[in-house]
Design a protein around this ligand. Structure first.
Ligand code: F0G
Length: 354
């Protein structure tokens, strides 16, 4: 019997892991690439959605974390640390459990979606809520790993980016070439860096005939890469990308410019509308931050800045179940009419009686 192949076993030749390192995997990667027909109609472009919420802990972070924990375990580390808006901490906690290591997670107090907090707690991490934002947490995590014997597993650890680039490989492997345009949300800017690396490496090796233009979207209240300077008090309903000073800012700008792409911003309203569209029209439930790329595409279509006829891939980064409070807020009381256990009564409530 063989376990489900994770990204290390599928792409090892492309990844900087020592032969002596153990492989810590939960079977991540191989996520669905779904043709989104309604979205394609809206955009006038053939649009494929890369559903990263289908990873073991419900986000794209698992692709990098399998590498980070394999390397950490190989180096003899006993504990790992990360700052997080929630998904990195969930993933680190799970992979550290698999590796038999301790986890410390530094989280902005009160600003983590409940599902993500539950993941860290249930996986047994030491959860430290910091009275500050993500940027404060990252600075502390860096210093903690410098002064104490704990390995840093944020995406400032370059091996995380290496793992995350495998999503671009998978897209080319499935479509047969790179798309015209790849779109994704941007927070700390690790993932746009990772996709660009994956696409350029496949192109250099002749596996793809081209590279896509990269379009990244930040939340309007947390858009340092659009404004061109750090944001001291980032604010958005999309807590996963509530980041004011992205660690990989320079690499994200390089990905934008080398690909001939753009980094722009979308409002919270546009993000929530895109989240609803994906769920109600495409059957894909994502957390708010994950919808930023789709929100950006819909906005650019409206302003005429999206050329029709392109082939587009758009990454949705995390599962909707991670943040059900936001998903249900603003929808009024949950619709749950109680009826008697009677066929006619049920049919009446469903509007089935002529
Ligand atoms: N989407 C989701 C669901 C995320 O959790 C993140 C980042 C992003 C998008 C942005 O990706 O940072 O590589 O540009 N979450 C990090 C965390 C910051 O701590 O979980 P990025």
């Amino acid at each position: 019997l063989r376990a489900t192949a994770g990204v290390i076993s599928r792409y090892r030749a492309w990844l900087p892991l020592a032969d002596t390192d153990p492989v810590i995997t939960l079977g991540e990667g191989s996520t669905p690439l779904v043709l989104a027909e309604r979205l394609s109609d809206e955009l006038g472009c053939e649009t494929w959605v890369k559903v990263e919420g289908a990873n073991p802990t419900g986000s794209f972070k698992d692709r990098g974390m399998t590498l980070a924990l394999s390397a950490a375990a190989g180096s003899g580390a006993k504990a790992v640390v990360c700052a997080s808006t929630g998904n990195t901490s969930a993933s680190a906690s799970a992979y550290a459990s698999k590796a038999g290591l301790e986890t410390i997670v530094l989280l902005p107090a009160g600003r983590i979606a409940t599902g993500k907090l539950a993941q860290a707690i249930v996986h047994g991490a030491r959860v430290v809520q910091v009275d500050g934002n993500f940027d404060d947490c990252l600075e502390l995590a860096r210093k903690l790993s410098h002064d104490y014997p704990v390995a840093l597993v944020n995406s400032v650890n370059p091996i995380r980016i290496e793992g995350q680039k495998t999503a671009a490989f998978e897209i080319v492997d499935v479509l047969g070439d790179a798309p015209d345009l790849h779109v994704l949300p941007v927070g700390n800017a690790g993932n746009i860096t990772a996709y660009w690396r994956g696409y350029t490496q496949y192109h250099a090796a002749g596996i793809a005939s081209r590279t896509p233009r990269m379009w990244g979207f930040q939340a309007a209240g947390a858009a340092p890469l659009v404004l061109g300077h750090p944001v001291l008090d980032p604010e958005t309903v999309a807590t996963a990308i509530r980041i004011g000073n992205p660690a990989s800012a320079a690499q994200a700008i390089a990905a934008r410019d080398e690909s001939g792409g753009l980094i722009d911003m979308v409002t919270d309203e546009q993000i929530l509308a895109a989240q609803s569209f994906l769920a109600a029209r495409e059957g894909i439930f994502v957390e708010p931050a994950s919808a930023a790329g789709v929100a950006g595409l819909l906005a650019k279509r409206r302003t005429g800045e999206l050329e029709p006829g392109q082939q587009i891939t758009v990454t949705v980064t995390g599962h909707g179940l991670k943040d059900i409070d936001t998903a249900l807020a603003g929808r009024g009381p949950v619709r749950a009419e109680v009826v008697s256990p009677d066929l006619t009564a049920v049919a009446a409530v469903c509007g089935l009686l002529a």
